[in-house]
Design a protein around this ligand. Structure first.
Ligand SMILES: Nc1nc2c(ncn2[C@@H]2O[C@H](COP(=O)(O)OP(=O)(O)O)[C@@H](O)[C@H]2O)c(=O)[nH]1
Ligand SMILES: [Mg+2]
Length: 317
């Protein structure tokens, strides 16, 4: 792999990505507005907020509404899916987060319960150091888990239960945005201290600031793909992998060498995966049937393989 990398470094790649004049389709479904409203209404019962976000985008796409509406409580940022993120860039990320006044950060992998045991001691400390307002008499701790869709909020709760209660699933987990709907269910995750967690539906910002942020959110599966478009997502992914010198895709799809031209890459992926389609072509002398690469099927495979971590660990920010 090392040899491969040295060889590939000589290739030239794009230094910036041109988005053209694309826009993100507006998407703030009713259940998200309702969810945020319910979260605010429950705030007086809450001692601490755990914000879960995807470790591949620790700086992008966190919802500013959370800080605006829920910012008064002690706050822990859990950067989950650390198994998919390139953590060699950690120090830069932590510096940036400190700059944004995010002081408490834990990286986790909820599928393997990795680092999840660090969560309860830290929030206990944060709550004990805080003014609990109306809850100063309460013996139990109540935590609200918030975040954009599909970052692993429900998985974190299940993992905490496995670590502290030796119990299984209490919160439904899903592979696409929108599995946990407007219900705020209160789930016990530990006996000592008695600790309860409110699971919440994912809430995105009603305005995603830039198309690039939208692209990163979509690549991590936190917004629906069609809002930005799978074709451009695949191109942005290729651009990122090349820029970060993550060349696993070359081997995976047997491309021979890195390439910065998405059409070329998708064509080869389609042929390798036998994702072709028959189309009718109209010629002067009559119609003929042709077999052409199915670019969208190839783009979909490229994106899905990335999401599973099979194109290597990547930091998108
Ligand atoms: N690789 C990886 N996948 C995870 C991790 N945590 C959750 N997932 C997956 O991410 C998807 C969304 O999880 P879920 O808990 O439903 O997210 P929520 O919408 O924020 O509640 C599911 O397919 C989980 O299996 C993690 O630490 N690593
Ligand atoms: Mg959920």
């Amino acid at each position: 792999m090392k040899v491969l990398r040295v060889l590939f470094q000589a290739a030239t790649f794009r230094e910036t990505f041109h988005f053209g004049n694309r826009e993100i389709a507006k998407w703030f479904p009713g259940h998200m507005a309702k969810g945020l409203k319910q979260m605010k209404a429950n705030l007086k019962e809450v001692d601490c907020i755990i914000e879960v976000h995807d470790a591949r985008i620790p700086l992008s796409g966190r919802n500013p509404l959370f800080h605006e509406h829920l910012g008064i409580k002690p706050h822990l940022l859990v950067l989950n899916k650390m198994d998919l993120a390139d953590l060699t860039e950690n120090e830069r990320i932590l510096r940036r987060l400190t700059h944004q006044h995010v002081k408490n950060v834990i990286f986790t992998d909820c599928t393997k319960d990795e680092n999840v045991r660090k969560v309860v001691p830290l929030i206990t400390e944060l709550i004990q150091a805080s003014d609990r307002y109306q809850r100063s008499e309460a013996l139990d701790y109540c935590i609200m888990v918030i975040g954009v869709p599909n970052v692993g909020k429900s998985s974190l709760i299940n993992s905490l239960r496995r670590c502290h209660l030796k119990k299984g699933k209490a919160s439904r987990v899903g592979g696409e945005p929108g599995i946990t709907r407007a219900v705020l269910s209160k789930i016990q995750v530990s006996e000592r201290p008695p600790l309860f967690i409110l699971d919440t539906p994912g809430v995105l910002s009603p305005r995603i600031a830039t198309i690039e942020i939208g692209m990163k959110l979509a690549l991590c599966g936190t917004i629906l793909d069609y809002l930005v478009g799978e074709d451009i997502m695949a191109d942005y992914l290729l651009y990122t992998l090349n820029m970060k010198q993550k060349f696993s895709y070359v081997e995976r799809y047997e491309l021979g060498e890195p390439c910065d031209d998405i059409e070329n890459v998708l064509k080869k992926i389609a042929i390798k995966l036998k994702k072709t389609q028959k189309v009718k072509a109209f010629t002067g002398v009559g119609d003929i049937n042709m077999t052409v690469p199915n670019y969208s099927a190839a783009a979909y495979d490229f994106i899905r393989t990335f999401r599973k971590g099979d194109l290597g660990k990547v930091m998108l920010d």
